[in-house]
Design a protein around this ligand. Structure first.
Ligand code: NDP
Length: 324
């Protein structure tokens, strides 16, 4: 029988169990995918820990890359033997093999490895919508991105730089600052020891930035607003430090008629047309060399608990993959 990581109660990484699972023949509209690599994402820790509640027991993970092994009735668009990747599936990617709605699969170009595919779909598609749709970065813009040495961070920094922006990135250590610099960051701020909004004002000559991409949540929300110029856009897209408490919207008025959005990849990539369009742009920046996918960590899939520990301890850099 194939194996998968499952959890029966929410909690720390120790709730993750390596179990044998039954994988039935794919149903109508489904494909069975044998994973060659599975993506590790911060959202997986929110599901495991209960911040984003899911019915239990449950599988985990929404991103993987592998080969189509079998098809259910009525599937078009992929065939047995195709190399594919995905990032917006129902939970269950932490598995050797799984069935998945075939409309969520994206054909993986030959130039992109399974590991790269699993490392970049969720984080790269997120970078795509953040930079190209939520706020369309223009040459000459100065943008702020938190956790600049992380999975989403290293991709956003490189892509924003390629779009002609000046990139300010926050990180928690000198080591991470060097990684952020090597991935397109013009200015790094060690936000665990410097007041980052004061530094952003200094770097921008007092003006502030038109957009902040904030995936940290609770710890950075207020200071991120303070980095914005009037009419600036606060993009709060994650909660690595915990969820943002309820906000008094009068603050947005007082701080300069600011805009605030809380986007998710799942709404931006909801239609197949959007998913394929976003993936095409991502594959283009990766295969052209503008964006390098940095795989900082590789774990055996059965060691997913260790991967979660490292991610939550802030000891990972770039992207991480789990290998079946
Ligand atoms: P990362 O590789 O960026 O890891 C998280 C990083 O957050 C850490 O390395 C750390 O960087 C920073 N961090 C700051 N405070 C804390 C804290 N208290 N505990 C742990 N980490 C902290 O992860 P991902 O690239 O997978 O995801 C980045 C963020 O983007 C997450 O918040 C995730 O939920 C979000 N996301 C949102 C999506 C969306 O559509 N809304 C889609 C994909 C991701 P440092 O040490 O430098 O501070």
């Amino acid at each position: 029988m194939p194996h998968a990581i499952r959890f029966h109660r929410t909690g720390g990484p120790e709730v993750l169990q390596w179990e044998s699972v039954d994988v039935p023949p794919p149903g109508a509209g489904e494909a069975r995918v044998r994973h060659h690599a599975v993506g590790l994402n911060y959202i997986d820790t929110y599901h495991r820990g209960g911040l984003y509640p899911v019915p239990l027991p449950s599988g985990l993970g929404q991103e993987g890359a592998g080969v189509v092994e079998a098809l259910g009735e009525g599937v078009t668009g992929v065939k047995v033997g195709d190399r594919v990747a995905y990032a917006t599936s129902p939970l269950g990617a932490y598995a050797e093999v799984r069935n998945i709605d075939a409309s969520l699969l994206v054909p993986l170009p030959a130039a992109i490895s399974f590991e790269q595919g699993a490392a970049m779909m969720m984080q790269g598609l997120t970078a795509q919508y953040l930079l190209r749709r939520t706020y369309r970065v223009q040459p000459g813009d100065t943008v702020l991105i938190h956790a600049a040495a992380g999975g989403v961070g290293t991709i956003v920094c490189q892509w924003a730089k390629a779009l002609g922006a000046t990139v300010i990135g926050t990180v928690s250590s000198e080591h991470k600052a060097a990684i952020a610099h090597a991935h397109g960051c013009d200015h790094t701020i060690i936000y665990t020891r410097e007041n980052f909004s004061a530094r952003v004002r200094e770097i921008t000559g007092g003006k502030g930035v038109p957009v902040v991409y904030d995936s940290i949540g609770k710890d950075t929300f207020m200071d991120s607003l303070a980095c914005l110029r009037p009419l600036g856009l606060m993009v709060s897209f994650g909660n690595a430090s915990g969820a943002v408490p309820p906000v008094d919207i009068g603050l947005l008025a007082r701080m300069g008629s600011l805009f605030l959005t809380r986007p998710t990849l799942f709404s931006y990539a909801a239609t197949r047309e959007d998913l394929l369009g976003m993936a095409a742009e991502l594959f283009d920046v990766v295969t052209s060399g503008k964006v390098k996918i940095e795989i900082g960590q590789r774990y055996a899939l059965r060691d997913a608990a260790q991967a979660h520990m490292d991610l939550e301890a802030r000891s990972t850099t770039g992207s991480s993959v789990l290998l079946p």
